[in-house]
Design a binder for this molecule. Sequence first.
Ligand SMILES: *Cc1c(COP(=O)(O)O)cnc(C)c1O
Length: 409
Amino acid sequence: MAASGRAPWQVRLAGVQPETLAVRAGYDAGPYGEHTEPIYLSSSFMHDDAAHAAAKFAGEVDGFIYSRFRNPTVRVFQDRLAALEGAESCMSAASGMAAIHAVIMSLTGAGDHIVCSQAVFGTTVSVLGLFERYDVSTTYVKIDDLAAWEAAIRPETRFLFVESPANPSTEIADIRALARLAHDRGILLVVDNTFCTPALQQPLKLGADIVVHSATKYLDGQGRVMGGAVLGSNPYMKEKLEPVLRHTGPALSAFNAWILLGGLQTLPVRMRAQSDNALAVARWLEAQPGVKRVFYPGLESHPQHALAVSQQSGFGPVLAFEVQGDTPEVARQHAWAVVNGCRVISVTANLGDVKTTITHPGSTTHARMSPEAKAAAGIGEGQLRMAIGLESPDDICADLARGLAHVVS
Ligand SMILES: *Cc1c(COP(=O)(O)O)cnc(C)c1O
């Protein structure tokens, strides 16, 4: 994009729908007229002459210098994701955690404070823990307790951090209300939009200031590469985030950006189909005698179904359910029987794939939590979490039925 004015793709694609942006945004063909975005595997870039080099280094003209902070293939990915999220600007990173780490670094200094939902990705909690040594502290609050969020804000608080829907409980954060609260107190709202992706939820349009992604999950969509991204305003990127990412160097590789570009092209279709499959599996689970409860924002029985409808355009691939069991031990036995009965579904804590996965959070992802913390996060011994993929929902249900037969007998 020229320093002034709009890129040709922006002019051509003015006013088009998200599905069209997913396929085409961010890209203008080069001198060979290639139809597919090329991979620029080049660590550095040349300048026309000394004056051109000086102008590029001074930021006076558009261009590429070094792939640690700018690469043509990576830029197409950034521009396409920004178009999908409705963001002014996007900067990518080598992983979701690199993106989250850079955001925390960009917004805090010694003495500062963060308020975070209890139900965020476990490694996010680990990274926030690392910041304690720099005197940046975090208070954790229940995702849907607005009064608790408000009470936790101090004069030193710099931002609120939330992930919605929460994993594995599928509780929903009221993003509009949290944005209002943050702005009333002169601070920012950061949303991890990994689970919904812009295909189902656009937090910036709901009032959030910054969105982060693990692109490793649904943006890739087929479990191939690691990636991350941060989206927000031009001033935030230029003044706060760019100095961190440019100098610390967690750069997304051009190859990974190219894979992710292909992922974005099918994102709206995949997220719609996987949401439909998840709803079908959730409804089927609700009707099974061995199942005590199903957690899925698309079900009318979900306590925040109306909120989900008001801020998401689909309910996503992730669901959880609890199998029957009179004691925690029996509940765990039953849950493990369901896992062990699976022949099609992958037994892995990973998600974001077109392959359906199942995991028992109580003994894997959340095993190190104390019983009290598990209870607070709504993780019972009978609970299983699934990320529904693109297989036939009939086959997924048949796979689950095998283990569930042990629960009722
Ligand atoms: C996986 C994940 C992350 C971390 O992303 P990586 O790409 O694994 O570093 C952050 N947030 C959420 C919600 C995730 O699922």
